[in-house]
Design a protein around this ligand. Sequence first.
Ligand code: TEU
Ligand code: CA
Length: 531
Amino acid sequence: MTDWWKKACVYQIYPRSFMDSNGDGIGDLEGIIQKLDYLKKLGVDIIWLSPIYDSPNDDNGYDIRDYYSIMHEFGTMDDFDSLLNEIHQRDMKLMMDLVVNHTSDEHEWFRKYDDFYYWRDQPNNWKSIFSGPAWTYDKVRDQYYLHIFSKKQPDLNWENHKVREKVYEMMRWWLDQGVDGFRMDVINFISKEPSLPDAPDGDGSPYFMNGPRIHEFLREMNDEVLSNYDCVTVGEMPGATPEDAMIYTNPKNREVNMIFTFEHMDLDSGSNGKWDLKPLNLIDLKENLEKWQHALYKNGWNSLYWNNHDQPRIVSRFGDDGKYRVESAKMLATCLHMMQGTPYVYQGEEIGMTNVAFDSINRYQDIETLNMYHEKKSEGWSHNSIMKSIYAKGRDNARTPMQWSDASNSGFTTGRPWIDVNPNYKTINVEQALQDSNSIFYHYQSLIKLRKTYNIITTGKFKLIHRHHPNVFAFERIDEHEKLIVYCNFSDSTHTFDLPNGEILIHNYHQLDSNQELNLRPWEAVVFYQN
Ligand code: TEU
Ligand code: CA
């Protein structure tokens, strides 16, 4: 099948925090190789690596200095070749992170070419996503340059066809090495409204998200590069609506295979952005995901995710990371994996890793978090109120080292880890999960296996049921002769429904609590199959 990625499950690795093989406290490629059998056991098909290219690490590799070499902390090009080879030997595929909206300011292009970036004598009023202005003055040129992210991440000028050619050439080079696809960082930011107008409140996103030439650029990339390889692509696209996604992912348009939406990740934020905390209303989540499921049915393709290196841990966010950690982690997994689309598992999600709450800001490493902390501090916010947002939403929640065992530093490193380990590693770790046949790990393994056995998980039409129920997310998946019925309880109270017919495919409790009726207990999830 050419659309092999529709039945695949992707596992995201954040290399810095995955496995350190040489004791310098930083995860590396050799560490990943050591854990490939573990990933194979989980059943994943594709491994997506967050950036491993040479970088000064202002934003942990999302600021690339050289697209053609490996970050020296992570290893060498030889290590990369072995990693790719070991992945392929196990019948898995490798998806690279493609960061081409911006480079590092240390990339040679920044000084070598006049017109590869956005240079202006006068900046506009846009603010950077990482706090402060989106423009920085450069003494050498006596001009300002645009950076939507940190000042060490200048935006590339895609209006310049030479920029585009350089990018395509680089992509071909990696595909020729044998990589199987790309996850494209903020790829819907690459086309900017050329006049770069001031924005009413300094939010320039209307002028750079899904900009005027975005579809043209993606199609050109497809014609020039992607269409010549059997590869998979997922575009990270903040601000893309289902209507946008229908264009981006419809195969007729030859752009990308699927995109990452942010809409469901924004539902627990108030009007002042991600740090403005708001409790999730489950009805909002159901309506939103329903919209995406319907929009892309037979028109495109969804990617399904709860977690990545930018998001807090889902069990702490939409689940219960205390008493019902195991049940709620399995429930969330079931809910996600039973929708239509390609599911993504982020390292540690499969063992129910949780958010972390470091006491001091000095223990945080993420540039977004640190900039925001200092900005809010100078605006007069109290330490405690800022920390509350960081505990809930900070990106370092996802970046604490992978918890392999109860050995010191969670078995991640024999040295001092670059970021502190979550103290709960003594009880939450891979070693424990593998020994416990009821673990979250084995639940994920079963979900991934079911995807391979039951086609309806890939093809069935999504239908929301019990739409107005405030605590239970229930839906069906329907094919001509088959049906799945999925019940997920997003609360610690019990809710009663009519008992559906059918065989149970997967369940996070040992038995049903039912006698004519279905009593859905705290965080219970169960899937019925009818044919
Ligand atoms: O993230 C894009 C993005 O918009 C994020 O900034 C997201 O909104 C966020 O993390 C704010 O909380 C991608 C990468 O995934 C992220 O790690 C990078 O920092 C960013 O692009 C810049 O490359
Ligand atoms: Ca290392």
